[in-house]
Design a protein around this ligand. Sequence first.
Ligand SMILES: *[C@@H]1O[C@H](CO)[C@@H](O)[C@H](O)[C@H]1NC(C)=O
Ligand SMILES: *[C@@H]1O[C@H](CO)[C@@H](O)[C@H](O)[C@H]1NC(C)=O
Ligand SMILES: *[C@@H]1O[C@H](CO)[C@@H](O)[C@H](O)[C@H]1NC(C)=O
Ligand SMILES: *[C@@H]1O[C@H](CO)[C@@H](O)[C@H](O)[C@H]1NC(C)=O
Length: 413
Amino acid sequence: MVMMFVVFSGLLLLAALPTRQLEQTSSDSGQAKPAPLAFDADGTFHISIFEDLHFGENAWDAWGPQQDVNSVKVIGQVLDAEPQTGLVVLNGDLITGENTFRQNSTHYIDQIVQPMLHRGLTWASAYGNHDSDYNLSRSHLLERERRWPSSRTERMVHNDTAGVSNYYLPVYAADCQSDCTPELLLWFFDSRGGFLYQQRDPATGDRVGQPDWVDASVVGWFRQTNQQLVDGAGKAIPALAFVHIPTSASLALQKKGLDAHRQPGINDDVPVAQQGDGPCPDGTAAGGATCEQDVPFLEALTSTPGLMALFSGHDHGDTWCYRWDKATLPDFPVAGNGLNLCFGQHSGYGGYGSWIRGARQVVVSLDRLADLAVDTYIRLESGDVVGAVTLNATYGQDVYPATPNDKTKCPTC
Ligand SMILES: *[C@@H]1O[C@H](CO)[C@@H](O)[C@H](O)[C@H]1NC(C)=O
Ligand SMILES: *[C@@H]1O[C@H](CO)[C@@H](O)[C@H](O)[C@H]1NC(C)=O
Ligand SMILES: *[C@@H]1O[C@H](CO)[C@@H](O)[C@H](O)[C@H]1NC(C)=O
Ligand SMILES: *[C@@H]1O[C@H](CO)[C@@H](O)[C@H](O)[C@H]1NC(C)=O
């Protein structure tokens, strides 16, 4: 029965995807894949985004493993409150790589995915800076994930410098049989960072850092692949994107100032830690706002019609969405086009901060896509919903309730 289903879904994949993607996906893994993503019969598609889970803290004492137990509970509680979830996104820092042991550093994946396996859900990851360290390799993480056919994480860019989790997933209409144009595209980008696996500087013995922005090879792949998809569809396809580290545009927008009723959310991480937040190529130690390492990535994002929002994690204390319009940042090197830049909610008990745990939810409705509008809110571990907004043409002017800044109430976390 299970075999039959897998074979059938493989055929559906063959029929539904553009030929070029087919070559890329089938060369990456011989494993059976889940059926392509599709909207529900009611015309909606629900995404649940968990970020900064930070499994594997302090494996050597009682506190660390207890945080992992707590984090598994958060995932289960949120998913039970969101029974229509069609895809779980793991938006980076799944594991705290600096605490891991080489022989079992990726085994935490087995714990992370349990709540999804129990509920028959599939997931897709964008790796974070803590997912690369001396004892933790991103490509091993991908291998560990891919032991389950429920993982949709892929590697579509093979340049040495690209990182790993760069790929896209098409989402089809509920009644798609074959040869359908995707109704929605989900792009996943690897913002890299952290440290290279098993590499030390020969002179100092220090771990070797990895650049913390989306690589030029990925930007080129994104532009080219999106153009092929647009050409195939004969129109721009509505899209959402995920990347762990926010861009320097989020930092600039935060500097400009947030309004608690127009960009509701917690804003405790000031300034935003952004892509390119490290030494500049010329050796000066300024942050990305002056190095602008992510400008090519931002230029590609803002020149992609249909791309509605980019979701990031990394800054556990920031949970807002900001609509980046052309007039918003006159002095910034890239002009906005209405792209929404969103943080989620710190989901894990590992990692810094005690902001109440939760997960950003995104509800895409086919009947709103003509206006490129999506609904989003944060489901907390308490079951409450906060920060519900519609990312549409007037987001940023519309008035919403402010988000309470609640903390997890427990003595050891
Ligand atoms: C990995 O190995 C360490 C050291 O033996 C142990 O403390 C830890 O619990 C292990 N972690 C996993 C996920 O197996
Ligand atoms: C890496 O893993 C090895 C083998 O388990 C362990 O001895 C070491 O302490 C770990 N951490 C670092 C930073 O090397
Ligand atoms: C891909 O990587 C090679 C080095 O392996 C580099 O020379 C080349 O410029 C990269 N391509 C892009 C588009 O960044
Ligand atoms: C955007 O959504 C808000 C909240 O639902 C609504 O009040 C506003 O009218 C919408 N704007 C447009 C242009 O549809």
